[in-house]
Design a binder for this molecule. Structure first.
Ligand code: PMP
Length: 354
């Protein structure tokens, strides 16, 4: 049965990743053992780890100054690890959404947080381009894609202050100069892997500047030294990352995905803007190419619209519980066909109820 999966995360993955990982769970490389049964110190897993690291470096064009880590604890643990490792006194944060705000709340436990832009008063419906990063802060933190409200940073500031970015919901979706960031973190699962793994990409020279002792699991330097196997890693998630990154490379890399993502987003926003029954509340230049949020102009039609898409095997279209409305998450692995199908449903609904 064909399912159109618009889940915000965990979300749709390439079919080949599902099939190959299922096979690996049954019998990894015909060795007679499941992937779930191999040691994290085994040759098999060390090969997976090396391949995955090299794929990240290649796809992102990272130079040798960067380390790639595969950790646990989600982006949520990164909200703590970033200030633990990098904050001496003060850091600058952009408050562009609910996740960015959670990062701010954690950072406050380590020092002074200077919020240099907050969109909270305007329901996070836009991202300012006119903020200033003070010269004296230890780092600047931003969220490249705001998964819940559906905004995306299209430009990043030029500054000598290390830029730390939560890319959980748009990593590998568009070409960027990734070496402009001091540290990038992205938790699975959206564009990579299965849940339970977080990629951290860090420019090594920004580490080691704070004096206080850091608990081992929270210390990036210790993870770098131990090559992501300080403790038992999430073998399955790292393997599915490898498969997802291989799929990206086979397709031709991030720039191909970027084009596809732009096309899907453009079609869907055009329909929302055209259709009499729907609206999007985000400033046009800040609209996300990953999470497209929209609302019915007439709230009483909600149950009818829900009935319509649910009947058509569309899943995951509900907006975040804090916002309501609808959210179509159109990550890398979502086929264009799914967007076209959703658009056809929206058009039919308009014909019936406009
Ligand atoms: N940051 C962003 C941008 C997110 O979308 C999410 C969750 N999907 C998180 C942080 C939190 O991630 P996790 O649940 O892995 O801690």
């Amino acid at each position: 049965m064909k399912i159109y999966n618009f889940n915000a995360g965990p979300s749709v993955l390439p079919e080949t990743v599902i099939k190959k990982s299922a096979q690996a769970v049954i019998d990894y490389h015909q060795h007679g053992l499941s992937l779930l049964e191999i040691s994290h110190r085994s040759k098999d897993f060390l090969e997976i780890l090396e391949k995955t690291t090299n794929l990240v470096k290649r796809l992102m064009n990272l130079n040798d100054g960067y380390a790639v880590l595969f950790l646990q604890g989600g982006a949520t643990l990164q909200f703590t690890m970033v200030p633990y490792n990098l904050m001496k006194k003060e850091a600058a944060y952009l408050d562009t959404g609910i996740w960015a705000n959670k990062a701010i709340q954690e950072a406050r436990k380590f020092g002074k947080v200077r919020i240099i832009f907050s969109g909270i008063e305007k329901n996070y419906s836009y991202i300012s381009k006119n903020y200033h990063i003070p010269d004296h802060v230890d780092y600047f933190h931003c969220t490249s894609n705001n998964t819940i409200v559906g905004t995306q940073m299209k430009n990043f500031p030029i500054s000598s202050i290390p830029m730390i970015c939560d890319m959980s919901s748009d990593i590998f979706s568009r070409k960027l100069d990734f070496c402009q960031f001091g540290l990038i973190y992205a938790s699975a699962q959206k564009n990579i892997s299965s849940a339970g793994m977080t990629i951290v990409i860090v420019r090594k020279e920004i580490l080691g500047k704070i004096k206080k002792e850091i608990p081992s699991y929270l210390d990036y330097k210790i993870h770098i030294k131990n090559k992501s196997i300080l403790n038992t890693p999430n073998i399955f998630s790292i393997y599915t990352s490898m498969l997802t990154l291989e799929w990206i490379e086979k397709k031709g890399g991030i720039s191909i995905l970027e084009k596809e993502n732009q096309q899907k987003a453009k079609l869907l926003y055009e329909e929302i803007d055209r259709n009499n029954l729907f609206e999007n509340k985000i400033h046009k230049e800040d609209r996300s190419n990953m999470n497209v949020t929209f609302f019915l102009k007439k709230k009483h039609l909600e149950s009818k619209f829900n009935e319509t898409w649910e009947k058509e095997n569309i899943v995951g279209l509900d907006g975040h519980r804090s916002l309501g409305g609808y959210r179509a998450s159109i990550y890398n692995a979502l086929p264009l066909e799914s967007v076209q199908f959703l658009i056809s449903i929206m058009k039919e609904f308009e014909k019936k109820f406009s």
